[in-house]
Design a binder for this molecule. Structure first.
Ligand code: SF4
Length: 300
């Protein structure tokens, strides 16, 4: 089966606009949460840090520029309907879209080839853009998420396998150790994604997928949802505050995703998103109409 170049062009044009818009505009749920958090912070440096964030968002919109100089390593998470008619074209279109958006957004050149230690200059390199695939039986649509994995917000990430005896307290301890050591590098307030599974790589991947869930949403499992609330409350009491300058709130929220574990292992992974949590999601139909659901009312 060969690739249809016209479809690649059409799809890459749409995805490139999607990337460019998300580089300069935070998703609706993040903007709402930041505004709520600003109301709570009335002392010290915190109110002025929120003022700066607000000004930053305003200027990014006005000037058509990214809302942070670090536009991250490009990552896609694709939920592909098995009936989506352009399976062959998705990957070449995503690669092309990144190249195009690198010039048009513009995106910082962030892809450095490992071992060669060469920056490719267009955000396309070995396995970058990173693409995570999921198949959705019975659907003819492509649900596409884009995430800009910045350096600072990727730094606190980790995954490790605990002895089951360490239990859920062990998971919380690992998260707190990491957040109190590296959390400030992730430009708080952060969204904290936690993956719980039987092995390190599954936990790590789930922790990143947890960041794609809306801020303020909760795990369907009531015990997991309680753990999200408990860790959120605990991390807020650490007092990192916006930008790490101190404050009442350190995190926008905590999202947990889980997979069943092996009886002898309890793995935990963590990923963090910064205040400039540039995640975008849209659903593309076979006729190229789309629902840009993270940024309502935006036409690409
Ligand atoms: S952590 Fe986020 S806001 Fe801070 S420099 Fe990195 S991408 Fe920008």
């Amino acid at each position: 089966m060969s690739c249809d170049s016209q479809v690649v062009e059409r799809l890459s044009g749409l995805v490139s606009s999607f990337i460019c818009h998300s580089a300069g505009h935070l998703p609706d749920d993040v903007k709402t949460r930041l505004a709520q958090m600003k109301e709570v912070e009335t002392e010290g440096f915190a109110p002025s840090i929120y003022d700066v964030m607000e000004k930053n968002m305003e200027m990014a919109d006005k000037l058509g520029r990214p809302s942070c100089q670090d536009t991250g390593l490009p990552q896609f998470f694709a939920k592909v309907g098995t009936g989506f008619p352009y399976l062959e074209e998705i990957e070449p279109a995503l690669v092309e879209a990144v190249k195009k958006a690198t010039v048009e957004a513009p995106l910082r050149h962030n892809a450095v080839e490992v071992f060669d230690e060469v920056n490719t200059g267009n955000n396309v390199a070995h396995r970058i853009p990173w693409i995570d695939w999921e198949l959705v039986p019975g659907s003819d649509k492509l649900e596409l998420y884009f995430y800009m994995a910045g350096g600072g917000c990727s730094l606190p990430g980790f995954a490790k396998v605990l002895m089951p005896l360490e239990g859920y307290d062990g998971i919380a301890k690992a998260v707190f150790d990491q957040m109190t050591t590296y959390g400030v590098n992730a430009c708080p307030p952060c969204l904290v994604g936690i993956g719980i599974a039987g092995s390190a790589e599954v936990a790590a991947k789930l922790s990143k997928k947890a960041l794609l869930r809306p801020v303020g949403s909760h795990n369907e499992n009531p015990k997991a949802a309680q753990m999200e609330r408990d860790i959120e409350e605990g991390l807020n009491s650490v007092g990192l505050g916006p930008g790490g300058f101190g404050g009442k709130l350190s995190v926008m929220g905590v999202n947990i995703e889980q997979a069943a574990r092996h009886p002898a292992t309890l793995a935990v992974g963590m990923s963090t998103a910064c205040w400039a949590h540039r995640r975008a999601g849209m659903i593309i139909s076979p006729d190229f109409t789309y629902d840009f659901f993270t940024h309502k009312g935006v036409t690409l």
